[in-house]
Ligand binder design. Structure first.
Ligand code: FNR
Length: 180
């Protein structure tokens, strides 16, 4: 494998549809790409007082290092009250203050899902807004927003063919951008 895509789910719950989408990506990436799942479960609430000097808590530093190491990032997010989840926003806030901000210049694909008809489109733009201000290289193009997500996921994986095909195309576009 010549590329690593780090995958982050913005939901902590065990049966999360966002996480199930994330867990479907390994089957959809193009040749030569390995997927690494990064957990945000242990990221504390952002609080500068948790730093000793310039050093952030271990889970924050570990996550930052893994994002930095990855060639690309795929974020799978739910929508909470027309934004992304608090835990994901919190994680992005920590990352933005780490030395050599790991999202800066990082080719990134955003996937949102929701049981509703909108597929978390507001969360999609919420993420585009906050990531663009920290110079993330968001892959341009149509939004990947999966509507009626519970109907498209079975046994923990995406099973809806058109959605799988659309995501696979976008993962290829991410790989092609990185490879240049
Ligand atoms: C939601 N949900 C939701 N859905 C939506 O389409 N637009 C919204 O604004 C909201 N707002 C919202 C707020 C809060 C606090 C919760 C808990 C839920 C529903 C949400 O999309 C649904 O619970 C998803 O299944 C959450 O994603 P995970 O946890 O399955 O990944």
């Amino acid at each position: 494998k010549d590329l690593i895509f780090a995958v982050i789910s913005g939901s902590l719950r065990k049966e999360s549809y966002s996480t199930k989408v994330a867990q479907s990506l390994a089957d959809l990436v193009p040749e030569g790409v390995a997927v690494e799942h990064l957990s945000i479960d242990d990221i504390p609430f952002y609080n500068e007082d948790l730093k000793s000097g310039d050093t952030s808590p271990d889970p924050v530093r570990t996550l930052a290092a893994k994002i930095k190491e990855a060639d690309g990032v795929v974020i799978c997010s739910p929508e909470y009250n027309r934004g992304t989840s608090g835990v994901l926003k919190n994680t992005i806030d920590w990352m933005s203050k780490e030395p050599n901000s790991p999202f800066s210049g990082k080719p990134t694909l955003i996937i949102t899902q929701s049981p509703s008809g909108t597929g978390g489109l507001c969360a999609q733009y919420d993420l585009r807004k906050m990531l663009s201000v920290i110079n993330t290289e968001i892959v341009p193009g149509f939004e990947i927003s999966i509507s009626s997500s519970p109907d498209k996921i079975n046994d923990g994986k995406l099973t809806h063919d058109n959605t799988k095909e659309f995501i696979a195309d976008n993962l290829s576009r991410l790989a092609n951008r990185i490879r240049g």
